[in-house]
Write a protein that binds this ligand. Structure first.
Ligand SMILES: [Zn+2]
Ligand SMILES: [Zn+2]
Length: 309
């Protein structure tokens, strides 16, 4: 996880497109509606940044290695950056990237002075390559990768909880804490890490099913009981909920007075501020498996023996 520890700073909520050129292709930034901002603050065309070494192509990750990413060097100031914010002018065909976070609305002053709402999303310049996972033929190896993903995800959530404590100490109301959490760059970096590990875990689970011979069997939806320990993942409308842990307090069956939708919903009490949220099973992950020393030790031994191969 090294490289993800950022000094706390808020993500910008407004941008001004400079009357300047992209440091890579030298085209006017005013002409592009798809920009990338590196941590140093410099803007470039997204199409140029995604071609830099260390940046996975968000549109097609097929030719990239599994964990082939490193600090991106800004072509303008040469400062390193692990995260990229992509800022796009909304259009009917605009959809979030595979490895990107949920959209946040940002106010953009365009080069000719027009002010408009654009969509920003933040992520590690890296995504899980399904084709690489499908190529893993050793069941032990896939199980070990899955376990590693779970352990790293748990450690990331623990670190995110520290960020939450910091924000809770400096804001008075639950609303203010959650709003700060939404725009906190450190929290967004941890959420980006969790997205990648969650995608890797589900790719590993699919591969384990494939290797075990149950071909093309659809993944059965997870189910949770009252009191289940869970963490939140993949919520688009409220990105600040992602990565938070909580407990299921009630199960709402579909088509009932409390839940008029067609899918079961779960009431979850988040550990942050005791916030009550209602979510679907696909936005919940189980976190019932506590990390015992014995389990960690066993994992380290497997890591050593697999590493010798
Ligand atoms: Zn460019
Ligand atoms: Zn720079």
């Amino acid at each position: 996880m090294n490289g993800l520890m950022l000094a706390p700073y808020p993500l910008p909520q407004r941008y001004t497109i400079p009357k300047d050129v992209c440091g890579i292709c030298r085209c006017s930034l005013a002409l592009t509606s798809d920009l990338a901002r590196l941590k140093c603050g410099h803007l470039h065309c997204w199409q140029c940044v995604k071609g830099l070494p260390g940046c996975a192509d968000a549109d097609s990750s097929a030719d990239k290695g599994m964990e082939d990413y490193g600090p991106l060097s800004c072509p303008t100031c040469h400062k390193g950056s692990e995260l990229v914010e992509r800022i796009r002018k909304p259009s009917a065909s605009l959809v979030p990237d595979v490895c990107g976070g949920p959209f946040r609305d940002v106010t953009v002053t365009e080069a000719e002075g027009t002010v408009a709402v654009w969509k920003a999303s933040y992520y590690l310049p890296f995504c899980v390559n399904q084709e690489v996972v499908v190529g893993w033929g050793d069941l032990n190896f896939v199980n070990w990768k899955l376990e590693t993903a779970h352990i790293v995800a748990k450690l990331t959530r623990d670190t995110l909880a520290v960020t939450c404590k910091r924000l809770a100490a400096s804001h008075k109301t639950a609303d203010a804490i959650f709003e700060a959490l939404r725009w906190d760059a450190e929290a967004e970096a941890f959420r980006a890490g969790l997205r990648v590990k969650d995608a890797l875990a589900s790719a590993c689970q699919d591969q384990i099913r494939r290797l075990a011979g149950r071909k093309h069997k659809k993944r059965s939806g997870a189910s949770f009981g009252e009191g289940s320990c869970v963490w939140v993942c993949g919520v688009v409308g409220r990105p600040e909920y992602n990565g938070l842990e909580g407990k299921v307090t009630a199960i709402l069956p579909p088509n009932t007075p409390d839940n008029k939708s067609d899918v079961t919903r779960y009431h979850v009490c988040l550990s942050l501020c005791g916030q009550l949220v209602s979510l679907r099973a696909d936005n919940l992950r189980g976190s019932d498996t506590p990390m015992t020393d014995a389990k960690l030790m066993a994992h380290c031994f497997r890591t050593m023996s697999l590493g010798k191969k």
